[in-house]
Ligand binder design. Structure first.
Ligand SMILES: Cc1cc2nc3c(=O)[nH]c(=O)nc-3n(C[C@H](O)[C@H](O)[C@H](O)COP(=O)(O)O)c2cc1C
Length: 415
């Protein structure tokens, strides 16, 4: 998510500073090169040596340290950064930053940089509610290039329960990636489906497939990073909510059909998605009868199920009149003749683009973190993506869709 990005992690002197080394690890695992700057107070809570070891870079502590300044001057450091994350941001640092004080290395770099700044305020709930803190937060939220990540609710170190906790690393990383992303889908509404569906046989058994939902969740995350308002309709998967995405959980193909159609045919046109990506592995058939009670194995050596077709969501969307039809992207998971089946589905279901996926053999996509796909579009274009992490594949899918659908370009840009 932060591949090749240069990130300054500023740590100020809140209790959550002790989470610094784990945050650095997560940033590095997300692909970032990290340089850490600590305030004087932060050194009371976390050891610089630990941060140096996990970031593989010297830690900045003092604006007037000749050795550090010789290694990388504070202005050079401010220019080096693609983004600055301050986590935790203390009430004191918010005040200093709001008023442009430059009385240590971190605040001086924050004033000198033109990179996006992401602030994660974390403190006792009463401190957070103080009018001065709220006024500083409002000032900084309105400042160009500054993004505030709302603190979480929960048990605080001061043994109170309330708002003020520093969010988990994945939330901070998503905020950083969002601050770095060109907001090419700003103002657009996207609906993504993900995961498998389950079709009940009886109250304790179902038919399903091995889809993990990872690809669809990555597509939803990528759209949110590009600035879209994203609804994710998810089958039963065990994945955390993507940051900044509205998630609707469903179980069966019928429930998924209802959830998608309700949004695509919303009475208010301004609520309808303008683009739908159907990454879910939806069951094509379901048992025609669902037993009221558990089918007992004493009922026989064999069990015959009569199956009936489920409603086809993509075909339903493709058949909408042109002025009601969102831009449509389907997925084709095939075990053979991938190109032929994918192109046939693209045309038959009236799609704008199809993402073709080989789901057997060494590049099997189900459950994996890497994927390799081929995109086919209605204009006859063909693009191979991967093997690559699913987040990169997702970014590639949106990149190609934006290239072939100029009407999808952002409505308004924040800059
Ligand atoms: C044990 C302890 C925990 C603290 N935790 C926080 C905190 O979570 N958030 C905060 O804003 N200040 C906290 N403070 C107060 C800051 O350390 C203090 O305001 C300091 O001046 C911040 O300096 P800095 O912003 O330069 O890092 C804490 C102080 C102590 C003694």
């Amino acid at each position: 998510m932060l591949h090749g990005k240069r990130v300054i992690l500023g740590i100020s002197g809140g209790i959550a500073a002790y989470k610094g080394p784990a945050l650095v690890r997560a940033l590095v695992e997300a692909g970032a090169e990290v340089r850490v700057i600590l305030t004087r107070s932060a050194v009371e809570f976390v050891a610089p040596l630990a941060l140096q070891a996990v970031s593989h870079n010297a830690v900045g502590l003092d604006l007037f340290d000749p050795a550090y300044e010789a290694q990388i001057g504070h202005i050079e450091l401010a220019r080096w950064a693609d983004a600055v994350l301050v986590a935790p941001t203390t009430a004191n640092l918010l005040a200093r930053l709001a008023y442009g004080l430059c009385d240590d290395l971190l605040t001086t770099v924050l004033c000198a940089t033109r990179a996006p700044v992401v602030l994660a305020p974390a403190m006792n709930s009463q401190m957070l509610a103080h009018p001065a803190v709220q006024a500083n937060l409002a000032l900084l939220a309105a400042r160009e290039g500054h993004l505030i990540v709302q603190p979480d609710q929960g048990a605080l170190a001061c043994q109170e329960i309330g708002p003020g906790r520093m969010p988990d690393p994945e939330v901070l990383i998503a905020a950083l990636a969002g601050a770095l992303s060109p907001r090419r889908l700003e103002g657009r509404r996207a609906l993504i489906t993900a995961g498998p569906t389950r079709e009940a046989i009886d109250p304790v058994r179902f038919l399903s497939n091995p889809s993990s939902g990872k690809m669809g969740f990555a597509v939803a995350r990528a759209a949110a990073l590009l600035g879209a308002r994203v609804t994710l309709v998810a089958g039963p998967v065990s994945l955390p909510d993507p940051v900044g995405v509205e998630r609707i959980d469903v179980v069966s193909a019928e429930e998924m059909f209802e959830a998608v159609m309700a949004r695509v045919q919303h009475p208010d046109p301004d609520q309808r998605p303008e683009v739908v990506v159907k990454a879910a592995a939806v069951a094509d058939w379901r048992p025609a009868q669902v037993a009221d009670h558990k089918v007992k194995k004493t009922e026989g050596e064999q069990l015959t199920l009569v199956m009936e077709r489920t409603r086809d969501i993509l075909a339903g969307l493709g058949a909408l009149p042109d002025d009601r039809r969102p831009i449509l992207v389907g997925f084709a998971a095939e075990t053979r003749d991938l190109d032929r089946y994918a192109l046939d589905k693209l045309n038959r279901k009236n799609l704008d683009m199809i993402v073709a996926n080989q789901v057997s053999g060494p590049t099997s996509a189900f459950g994996a973190d890497l994927n390799a796909v081929t995109l086919f579009d209605r204009q006859g274009g063909r693009v191979d993506l991967g093997p690559a992490p699913k987040d990169e594949i997702a970014a590639g899918i949106w990149g190609h869709l934006l290239a072939i659908s100029p009407q999808l370009g952002a409505r308004s840009r924040p800059e």
